[in-house]
Design a binder for this molecule. Structure first.
Ligand SMILES: Nc1nc2c(c(=O)[nH]1)N[C@H]1C(S)=C(S)[C@@H](COP(=O)(O)O)O[C@H]1N2
Ligand SMILES: [Mo]
Length: 316
């Protein structure tokens, strides 16, 4: 029986002095190539063609180095550098996604079929973690609605539930005595959120297939929500009538909601959500140059109407 250790996000992740700065110093001190290679398992990434997209923010891109070496993927450990160090063991082929529940055409779809049948496009999105840091990432993917269309959701379907792979032999954070979360990692969206054109399944970033640490071979990206909604390495999608469980909400409902819309006006009980630290951008000595966090992460024009009439301090 594993011992279940609910994680408390350290305050060092929230303020500017983080492990992340330690990593940079380490790479500089050990002089480049070897150290950099140790932090990157993008050796498996292959070029991936994608159409350019209209969905593109103007913010400066976060470097590929940062996007692929500062990660949250607790299946490979709770440290920011653990996923890039440990996710090389994940076998991403063969890979299937089982799609079922309240649909007319339940099916098991092979990732190769998805890559072949659906047109991929680039989406440059901001990503805002609930820990108050953010990145700008050039994803490659396709609207989740394209996949939902294939299975034909029934009229009774109101939500979409997602599950990550459970495979302790390849995911070292799932093996052993101490485990951070209950597996599988699960997430969910309301069906209208899932069908929104900004909601994508990503299969790549920076012009290549997804590195394992970013959720290969396929993960969810919902740019107006906190990053934990973006469930990685998906193996199962289920259409449901009831609101499905989501890992962080089940773990600590007072701190992490089901909706998790980025909202500078609703603070996390232990830290402010009004500002954020853009990874890779210098902060002043006194922690200056933090960016203001935008309602719905800057996507309010597109998505605010999904929540008309809802009290966002209650449905956080
Ligand atoms: N299966 C799974 N998905 C996950 C996580 C996780 O631990 N396990 N972490 C989430 C969190 S908290 C964030 S911020 C994003 C990070 O995505 P990135 O590492 O690609 O930037 O993944 C999300 N998806
Ligand atoms: Mo996160």
């Amino acid at each position: 029986m594993p011992v279940y250790h609910p994680p408390k996000i350290a305050s060092s992740e929230i303020t500017s002095k983080s492990l992340y700065l330690g990593r940079r110093d380490f790479i500089a001190a050990s002089g480049g190539a070897l150290a950099a290679a140790a932090f990157s398992s993008s050796a498996f990434a292959a070029p991936l063609k994608a159409a350019p997209s209209a969905y593109k923010v103007d913010d400066k891109l976060t470097s590929k180095e940062d996007v692929t070496s500062y990660n949250n993927f607790y299946e490979f450990g709770t440290g920011k550098e653990d996923p890039s160090r440990n996710a090389g063991s994940l076998k991403t082929r063969p890979w299937t996604i089982e799609i079922g529940g309240l649909v007319a055409k339940p099916q098991v779809i092979d990732i190769e079929t998805i890559m072949k049948d659906i047109t991929m496009e680039e989406r440059v999105y901001r990503m805002r973690c609930v820990e108050a840091w953010s990145m700008v990432i050039p994803w490659i993917g396709f609207p989740l609605s394209a996949l939902l269309d294939k299975v034909e959701p029934l009229g009774s379907a109101k939500y979409v539930a997602f599950e990550t792979l459970v495979r302790p032999e390849e995911m070292q954070g799932q093996a052993g005595i101490f485990q951070a979360l209950e597996w599988p990692y699960v997430e969910g969206l309301r069906l209208d959120e899932a069908r929104h054109p900004l909601t994508i399944l990503a299969t790549g970033l920076y012009g290549e297939t997804l590195p394992n640490q970013n959720g290969a071979p396929i993960r969810l990206v919902v740019p107006w929500k906190y990053g934990f909604k973006g469930i990685k390495s998906i193996v199962k999608i289920t259409l449901t009538e009831e609101q499905p469980p989501s890992t962080w909400n089940v773990l600590q409902p007072s701190e992490y909601g089901f909706y998790a819309n980025v909202n500078p006006a609703v603070d996390h009980p232990r830290w402010s959500q009004a500002t954020e630290r853009r990874i890779g951008e210098a902060e002043g000595l006194f922690g200056g140059a933090r960016l203001d966090t935008l309602p719905f992460n800057g996507y309010a024009d597109e998505v605010a109407s999904l929540y008309d009439g809802m009290d966002l301090t209650k449905f956080y």
